[in-house]
Ligand binder design. Structure first.
Ligand code: UDP
Ligand code: MG
Length: 339
């Protein structure tokens, strides 16, 4: 494995997070399954490669459909989480389950937006010695104006705050077994994979792919989920906002000292102007800055609070897996959903 030139063809696992994807899941299984089969035929990946769906507490028929898919074909496995833990945790659950059996894992969304044909390039890069391969989207023509602009703003902000996120890389990436083992050492609850993985090091590579429109269904990333992810991305990767508060506080302090002297001189000269506007602006500004700063500090305290609890990042309810050496769940548990 560590030999960079002579790697064996990998047992590859695709990890596919699914949250309420009933409209698209069967199509996905078919497209992804065909691709894996083709790669196996071409001897580019080893037999035993699988597609592992992670059901992230779906409330629709997703889990039922997944059971059907895995029932028919041993190439498919299903990890069903006990509830909705969010995209990042779902991916983590899948990767941590897959890494015991795979040489490399590629995470990909269930909606077929990310071009599965790019998988060839991921594998080439793996064979050439990369432990991490990032899928980077070519452009954002399939996104709406808001998503496009907010993404640009977001990546700009992340870089400004010192995070090493890769622009336009979402969670379409390959991790080798070695990288996955390293990732398993990171115990943090606030998991922001896009920021975390680049900090691990390892030889890495970038693969470009085209983004398509969603095959079916609608985006499961609500605005609030997107905002949470953005906030997590910042607070879990950098303490620079806290530093900015200190700097801001210092500037306001200097300003207030100067203003105080000016007011005193004015008063000594007998210029007692009414000064309503100045008073209003100063008090509103100070109040605003104080609350904003408290809010930012609060975000960090919240993060610390959650981290100290050391709660599990996900709970696996059932594992559907047609393989003898894999962990088995009792018949009675199988097929039960968590919601
Ligand atoms: N997803 C998930 N849990 C969630 C939200 C989303 O597992 O709480 C999955 C979803 O099923 C999909 C992937 O994450 O496979 C990306 O979500 P989506 O396509 O809705 O996001 P977008 O592409 O619009 O950013
Ligand atoms: Mg999508």
């Amino acid at each position: 494995m560590s030999n960079r030139t002579e790697r064996n063809i990998p047992v590859l696992y695709l990890v596919v997070p699914c949250y309420n994807e009933e409209e698209v899941i069967e199509k996905s299984a078919q497209v992804l399954g065909d691709k894996i089969r083709r790669l196996q035929r071409e001897k580019r990946i080893a037999t035993g490669s699988k597609i592992m769906f992670v059901n992230d507490g779906s409330k629709d028929r997703t889990l039922y459909l997944l059971h059907g898919i895995a029932e028919k074909d041993a190439m498919f496995a299903v990890v069903s989480l006990a509830g909705n833990y969010g995209h990042q945790s779902a991916i983590l659950a899948g990767m941590m389950t897959a890494k015991e059996h795979a040489d490399a894992v590629v995470t990909i969304d269930a909606d077929l937006q990310q071009d599965i044909e790019a998988l060839d390039k991921f594998i080439d890069s793996y064979m050439a010695g990369s432990e991490v391969v990032y899928g980077v989207r070519n452009d954002r023509h399939s996104d709406g104006f808001f998503k496009k602009e907010s993404a640009t703003l977001y990546y700009g902000l992340m870089h400004l705050l010192g995070s090493r996120v890769i622009t336009n890389h979402a969670d379409y990436r390959l991790l080798s077994k070695k990288a996955l083992d390293a990732l398993a050492e990171y115990r943090e609850t606030n998991l922001f994979l896009r920021g975390l993985i680049p900090t691990m090091g390892f030889p890495s590579d970038v693969v470009y792919f085209d983004v398509k429109a969603r095959e079916a269904g609608h985006s499961k990333y609500t605005l609030s989920k997107m905002m949470t992810l953005a906030m997590d991305g910042i607070t879990s990767m950098s303490t620079r906002p806290l530093r900015m508060i200190s700097v801001l506080g210092f500037i306001v302090f200097v300003f207030s000292a100067v203003m105080s002297v000016i007011s005193l001189v004015d008063w000594a000269n007998g210029n007692n102007v009414p000064g309503y506007t100045t008073t209003m602006i100063v008090s509103l500004l100070i109040g605003g800055i104080t609350l904003l700063s408290l809010g930012i500090i609060g975000e960090y305290i919240g993060k610390i609070y959650m981290e100290t609890k050391q709660r599990p990042r996900y709970i696996i309810d059932t594992l559907v897996w047609k393989r003898e050496d894999a962990a088995k769940t009792p018949e009675s548990v199988e097929g039960k959903t968590a919601d």
